[in-house]
Design a protein around this ligand. Structure first.
Ligand code: GRF
Length: 227
């Protein structure tokens, strides 16, 4: 089977890129990363690609007056690599509907919450402030509205009572690193269909160990007598 050619777009740390690199390096993985792009020249994540011998390029959005001019250069470059699927992984630029429509259903993103809850920034603090018992992460096809589009896969992650933004972010990130490669694999295996703006995955074997109830510390939860 021909492997799916993917591009990963980043702006920073690149831990999801690293997870995707590791997954694509394993034998029989149905996709390979043909290039990594960053809009930030010194994005740390670029090092992961360099170590793995994956071509990288930087397009600084500040060099372009209009968003679309930046995107046209990006589009040309991705096309020159024969990219079939774009994975946004901490890519901090909003894309115009021109670009999003051009790559419709071939452009995916990972967001660290169970969408449609908590889109945008500060997701973990919002989840803690709301008091949800589960948060998680979502891989979805990109539409013009931010953090919106057909949901491909989600992982649920418990929120513990003592969680801080940092501890919760770290727990969700572990789930992200498992979930993103899985979404790419499903797409590469042609198992994902979009119908009436919903994505369906055929024969998914979902990881079950993410759905664990939060473990409360007994010191934090007092058992009051009920009578
Ligand atoms: C991740 O939490 C991802 O869900 C969000 O941005 C963060 C990027 O982290 N879109 P990294 O650069 O992949 O480490």
């Amino acid at each position: 089977m021909a492997v799916l050619k993917i591009a990963v777009l980043i702006s920073g740390r690149g831990s999801n890129l690293k997870a995707l690199i590791e997954a694509t390096q394993s034998p029989n993985f149905p996709a390979k990363i043909v290039c990594v792009m960053s809009n930030i020249a010194d994005a740390k994540g670029l090092d992961h690609a360099l170590v793995a011998g994956i071509p990288t390029f930087v397009i600084n959005h500040r060099d372009y007056k209009k968003r679309e001019d930046f995107e046209r250069v990006l589009d040309e470059k991705l096309t020159s690599y024969g990219v079939q699927l774009i994975c946004l992984a901490g890519f901090m630029r909003l894309l115009t509907s021109w670009f999003v429509d051009r790559w419709r259903d071939r452009l995916i993103n990972i967001h660290p919450s169970l969408l449609p809850s908590f889109p945008g920034l500060d997701t973990h603090q919002k989840a803690i402030d709301y008091g949800v018992k589960f948060t998680g992460c979502t891989v979805h096809f990109v539409r013009s509205e931010m953090d919106h589009g057909p949901i491909i896969v989600q992982a649920a992650v418990p929120v513990a009572m003592e969680d801080t933004e940092a501890t919760l972010a770290a727990r969700v990130l572990l789930a992200e690193h498992r979930l993103y490669p899985q979404a790419v694999q499903f797409i590469a295996e042609n198992r994902v269909n979009v119908f009436e703006e919903k994505a369906f995955v055929a024969d998914t074997k979902a990881p079950r160990d993410m759905l664990i109830n939060p473990e409360y510390k007994t010191t934090l939860v007092k058992n009051e007598p009920t009578t």
